[in-house]
Design a protein around this ligand. Structure first.
Ligand SMILES: [Zn+2]
Length: 243
């Protein structure tokens, strides 16, 4: 598995580029690496970022996306830069919804984020295994559970849809229905209710990640990573982070 092997790096060349960078820009600008557009994150760039800086970087990327100021990217340069190794800063668990592609709404490039997608952004053992690989083996600093408005999977859970394997998947969302306190009409026709359940679902998934993955829970408790939720608004393209 190539991703487990780190490429041999030319230390002198890297130090030269760091010194050159320091000469013209303050060190704090290293947190802008997700936006470079000319290459993927290097190990050194990723390792210098704190979990909080990664969140800020994703927030900045979403701001660029929703204001039409996305980074002009050379995807082939990013493909070449990342071909020998990857050092993503975050792992995003999102919904399969075609309108919520994490890399695009965060204006991130090839090699910048791990992405797991499943309807309703629910978690299971395999997703947890992927997240543990991302953080404990590969060194990512952040786990983001990304829910979104008008989620069809959440609507399906509310409507008690029964369909093949989808039935079992929707069962994973149903605890969020029971846990959502809502005064108005509790139906899939009520957009505000659907969004309230989707938000609760993210909260429950975050708790489930911490409960079912001692590996990730320990990494968070020792400050090496953060685990946070976020909601993407289909109407305006904005991601609202819980933390
Ligand atoms: Zn969805």
């Amino acid at each position: 598995m190539d991703v487990l092997r780190e490429p041999k790096r030319d230390r002198r060349r890297f130090m030269g580029s760091v010194l050159a960078m320091c000469a013209i820009t303050p060190v704090t600008s290293l947190s802008m690496q997700l936006a470079s557009g000319v290459g993927s994150l290097t190990k050194e760039e990723r390792d210098q970022m704190t979990p909080a800086q990664v969140i800020e970087e994703l927030k900045r990327g979403n701001e660029r996306f929703r204001t039409g100021k996305m980074t002009s990217r050379d995807y082939l340069a990013e493909q070449r830069a990342s071909s020998k190794g990857q050092y993503p800063a975050a792992v995003v668990l999102g919904c399969i919804d075609s309108r919520v592609p994490a890399e695009i709404v965060f204006d991130a490039g090839i090699g910048d984020t791990f992405n797991a997608r499943v309807a309703g952004n629910v978690v299971n053992d395999d997703q947890l295994g992927g997240m543990e690989f991302a953080c404990a083996a590969s060194g990512s600093k952040l786990v983001v559970v990304l829910g979104h408005t008008a989620c069809g999977a959440v609507k399906g859970a509310i409507d008690d849809v029964v369909l093949g394997n989808l039935t079992g998947l929707l069962a994973r969302i149903k605890p969020a229905i029971a846990a959502t306190t809502y005064d108005g009409e509790k139906s899939s026709k009520n957009a505000a209710y659907v969004d309230a359940v989707a938000r609760t679902n993210v909260v429950l998934v975050l708790a489930e990640i911490r409960r079912r993955s001692p590996v990730l829970d320990d990494l968070e408790k020792t400050g090496k990573i953060k685990i946070t939720g976020a909601m993407y608004d289909l109407a305006n393209g904005k991601v609202e982070f819980f933390a």
